[in-house]
Each structure stands twice: as structure tokens, then as C-alpha cells.
Design a protein around this ligand. Structure first.
Ligand code: AMP
Length: 441
């Protein structure tokens, strides 16, 4: 029950209004120490309820004893790697703050600079992406000296996108503050350095190891001979799978555009989202997907980061992501807040080694799937197949008529209750995979 937390009654009212009954594990673990004012370093999967885990303590702090009047200064700063994620976070903040006087505002690229500068003088909580915020700081528009709470969400991704320096500069510009840093993965050396710099004597909360991620999502691979074969497989999956909304990931925008063109030509209602699209296109794509006007989004990683679209239950990796962490981010989009999902990765001979190293990283074996009418020549490395047979590792059979049916009973249908928290102290331990530079977006 949320009443177990020492939260302001106006926040408890909002929680009740939103029909949140049980706190999720990340909320149960993070809210009490955050309310005590501790710095936190939290690893929690996308869709675990982590937004509320930092928003509620943050609002509680700003509300104080409830007697203080609106101060018209920025007292909390929430940094996120992308515009979409920032927009979603603003919505969450507004939902939780609906019975308070606290005002939040958004500052991301692609919006009018002057309008943003004026808006920043009228808010308590600033939510934004580091790049645009630094531009405002450089222009002298960004008074952060009264910031009491600083949040880094999806910090691992923020670093991947090259925001390390900007994010740290913003942290330095804040007044004395509490820092809450969230990431979906343990990240690499860059993140460890940042943790050491921006957090003071932090409490480490590790809500899940990567191997426990996405329990609600079934993970499969299908081998392919070449890109054209992959395109046929995408067509087949989109036509034959049962899903509400699907996202197809490519590693490059050229491939995203190409695939999008093919899908549209084949009559699929789709949108494409990548770094070259302007803000209007991106908003339109996400709104249409949310409303259900399109069912399929073709996207590159950076563009799709942090999307929280309800009913997104099919992820297709046209290209294998370049690291285990990226894989976790991609499939973290399905099965959100306990929903079910299916993730299918298409594997050419050039993807195989990467795929196996991601399996090792996640300590999981993806289900091998074949689509009879599109069976290619490439079936994985020959020596591996031979040794697999010798070890008696038969391929899993797939219920081809209804591929979801086979494991439907295995899937979770709700957020894992907080009663059995999987909280481990110390978020040490790094990915065995070497993080490669993100693809040019
Ligand atoms: P997040 O991980 O913060 O993106 O949250 C994922 C989804 O779960 C969002 O749509 C939240 O509104 C929802 N959610 C978060 N916490 C709870 C909760 N305690 N009970 C029900 N839904 C929740």
C-alpha cells in the first residue's frame, strides 16, 4: 500500500486517483531512502514503475510541510536522454502533482528557445534533455542555484548519446541538492565515473539483474540469409503474429527508411522514427501509434528511446543491437508493467556471434524459431549445430499456428508484487560485452 510511505496526503490522493494500489519493487525499495534525502543509484528495468519511484519523493520534498507558498524558482531538475522520454516524464509529474500547486515544464530541442526561457521563470520542476539545457545555461537563462533535487533518468543511455559532460556541468550548476540516478543497466566505465562524480555516499539499489529482465517477454531468433530475406520475415511476422502494436528496430536510418518504404508499399500502416526526423514528425509518429492509427513503428535506437506506448507487444530486431544493454533497452519496451510481449531477432551469419554473446550476457538462450514457408539456407554455424546435437540440445518446437499460445501460461500478467523484492545492495558488476560506440543515428 502506498499509505506505508510518509507521503504528503495530496500525493497519496493522486496515487489513489491513478489506481496505483501496490508499489512496484523499485518503488518499495527507492521511495523510503529517497524520502530521507539520501542520494540513490538505482538499476531498474524500463516499465518497472521507476518514474513514480523518483517523482513521488521529489514532489514530497518540494511540498515540504505544505505551508510554503509557491516560490517561482526551479527547485527540481529531471534530466533524460530524449525528448519523448522527457515528454512522458512531464505527463507523469503532472499526474502526481495534480492536487498540488507545483508546476513543471519541459525543455528539449526542437521547441522555441524564447518561449522556453520565459516558461522556465514560472515553474518549480524542470524536465529536459541535457543538450538544450546547456544552450540555455550558456545563454544565461537557466538559474539552477535553488535546485534541491536532481534526477538522472536512463543515465546509461544519456552517456551513450554523448551527454556526459553536459549532464555533469548541469549538476555542478545546481545548489546543494539530493541526486537520484536511475539506469536500466549497470552501464560501463563512463557511468561508474559519473556515479562517483555526481552522487554523495549513495545507496545502491539493484532491482534486477539483466538475466531477470523482461520476464513477461518471450524471446526468439529466426535465422536469415540476407537483408531481403529479413524483409520477407518482417512482412510475415507483421501479417501473422497477434499483436496490438509493433516496433521494428534497425541499426541505421538508411535501413529504417528502406524498410518503412517497403512496408508502406505493401499496405502496412507504419511510421518511421529516426534521428533525422524533425520534432513534428516524431510527435506525430508517437501520437498516431498511441491512438492506434498506426500499428507499426520502424525505428533506430536513439529515436525510440524510452517510448512508453501502451500495448506495444511485438519487438522485431531487424538488426541485432550492438550490445547486451541495447538489447535490454529495446525489448524493455514490451511487457511493460507486467504486460506480455514477444521479441524476435533476425539473425544473419554476421549477427550470430553478437547474438550468442548477448545470450551469454543475459544468461538466457533465445528460442530458435523457423518459419516453414520462409526457411533459408543459413541455420547458424555448422560446428555449433553439430555440437548442439551431440549434447542432445534439441530445438524447441514452436506452435506455428499460434506462436504466442505455447508460452502464454508462463508469462506474468502483472507487475511483480513488492512483497518479494529482488533488491540486492551494491550495483557493482559490469557487462562482459564491450560497449561499442552507438551507431550514427
Ligand atoms: P515506468 O517504469 O515508470 O515507465 O512505468 C511503467 C508504467 O507502469 C507506467 O504506465 C506507470 O503509470 C505504471 N505504474 C507505475 N507504478 C505503478 C503501480 N504501483 N501500479 C500500477 N501501475 C504502475
Amino acid at each position: 500500500m502506498f499509505a506505508q510511505f510518509a507521503l504528503h496526503e495530496r500525493l497519496l490522493k493522486a496515487v489513489a486517483e491513478l489506481n496505483f494500489v501496490e508499489p512496484t519493487p523499485v518503488q518499495a525499495a527507492a521511495i523510503p531512502p529517497a524520502l530521507e534525502g539520501k542520494d540513490l543509484r538505482v538499476i531498474a528495468q524500463t516499465g518497472s514503475g521507476k518514474t513514480a519511484a523518483f517523482v513521488l519523493p521529489l514532489l514530497n520534498r518540494l511540498l515540504g510541510d505544505g505551508n510554503s507558498k509557491q516560490r517561482l524558482s526551479i527547485r527540481a531538475l529531471i534530466l533524460l536522454p530524449t525528448r519523448e522520454l522527457a515528454q512522458q516524464t512531464l505527463k507523469e509529474v503532472e499526474r502526481f502533482a495534480q492536487f498540488t500547486f507545483l508546476k513543471a515544464g519541459l525543455v528539449t530541442g526542437g521547441e522555441d528557445f524564447k518561449v522556453q526561457a520565459a516558461m522556465m521563470r514560472k515553474i518549480d520542476i524542470l524536465i529536459g534533455t541535457p543538450g538544450r539545457l546547456i544552450e540555455h545555461a550558456n545563454a544565461g537563462n537557466l538559474p539552477l542555484d535553488e535546485v534541491e533535487v536532481l534526477v538522472f533518468d536512463e543515465a546509461d543511455r544519456m552517456l551513450d548519446m554523448g551527454f556526459a559532460e553536459d549532464a555533469q556541468r548541469l549538476a555542478e550548476a545546481c545548489g546543494p541538492h539530493q541526486t537520484l540516478l536511475f539506469s536500466a543497466t549497470t552501464g560501463g566505465n563512463g557511468l561508474r565515473e559519473m556515479v562517483a562524480k555526481v552522487l554523495k555516499d549513495p545507496q545502491h539499489l539493484m532491482l534486477n539483474s539483466v538475466s531477470q529482465l523482461n520476464e513477461g517477454t518471450r524471446q526468439q531468433i529466426i535465422t536469415a540469409d540476407h537483408n531481403y530475406h529479413k524483409e520477407q520475415l518482417v512482412d510475415w511476422l507483421l501479417a501473422n503474429e497477434t499483436y496490438d502494436k509493433a516496433i521494428v528496430f534497425t541499426n541505421t536510418r538508411v535501413q529504417a527508411d528502406r524498410l518503412y518504404g517497403k512496408l508502406v508499399a505493401a499496405g502496412v500502416k507504419a511510421f518511421v522514427l529516426h534521428g533525422e526526423k524533425d520534432q513534428k514528425d516524431r510527435k506525430l509518429a508517437i501520437d498516431r501509434l498511441r491512438q492506434g492509427a498506426v500499428k507499426v513503428l520502424v525505428a533506430t535506437d536513439v529515436a525510440a528511446r524510452g517510448l512508453d506506448v501502451e500495448g506495444l507487444d511485438l519487438v522485431i530486431n531487424f538488426d541485432m543491437p550492438r550490445s547486451g544493454d541495447e538489447y535490454v533497452h529495446r525489448i524493455g519496451r514490451t511487457g511493460r508493467a507486467g504486460g506480455e510481449g514477444l521479441a524476435v531477432s533476425l539473425i544473419c551469419h554476421t549477427d550470430w556471434n553478437l547474438m550468442s554473446s548477448i545470450e551469454r550476457y543475459l544468461k538466457q538462450r533465445f528460442e530458435r524459431r523457423t518459419i516453414k514457408e520462409l526457411k533459408g539456407i543459413y541455420q547458424g554455424p555448422k560446428n555449433l549445430k553439430a555440437s548442439g546435437k551431440a549434447a542432445g540440445s534439441k530445438k524447441k518446437k514452436t506452435d506455428k499456428k499460434d506462436p504466442k499460445k505455447a508460452t502464454a501460461s508462463k508469462r506474468k500478467t502483472g507487475p511483480r508484487p513488492a512483497g518479494k523484492p529482488s533488491v540486492l545492495v551494491s550495483a557493482d558488476g559490469s557487462a562482459p560485452l564491450k560497449r561499442k560506440k552507438p551507431a550514427a543515428e
